[in-house]
Write a protein that binds this ligand. Structure first.
Ligand SMILES: [Zn+2]
Length: 117
């Protein structure tokens, strides 16, 4: 099992407004050079460039079928914990065990509280 916690000390997550501004700026500059970027191209470009400077784009809406804790890798791609919702372990991890992290690690999002029926 691999942990990137020690590599994530300085990371912060953009606000939605900051992300929107960065997204449009990337599209504007690409267009200036004759390239019309698609949504996935722009999203990946912005996430990768910002991640290189320890800044993360906001995480996607998590899938509610597993624990909703999220972690961003060094490329700025978000991963979701694969445990059951509300699991008692302090470690979250991805399905294949590529990443493991704990709540409070910079650049991660803790699980949403589970709603009791
Ligand atoms: Zn978890």
């Amino acid at each position: 099992m691999h942990t990137d916690a020690e590599d994530t000390e300085m990371r912060r997550i953009l606000t939605d407004d900051e992300h929107r501004t960065a997204y449009h700026r990337a599209q504007d500059i690409a267009l200036r050079y004759g390239h019309q970027l698609t949504y996935p191209e722009t999203t990946e470009l912005v996430a990768a460039v910002l991640a290189a400077a320890d800044v993360l784009t906001p995480p996607p809406t998590p899938n509610p079928d597993t624990c909703t804790a999220q972690f961003a890798d060094q490329a700025g791609d978000w991963w979701q914990c694969n445990h059951n919702p509300g699991h008692p372990n302090i470690y979250h991890h991805t399905e294949e065990g590529e990443y493991a992290w704990t709540d409070g690690t910079p650049g991660t999002v803790p699980a949403h509280p589970t709603i009791k029926p």
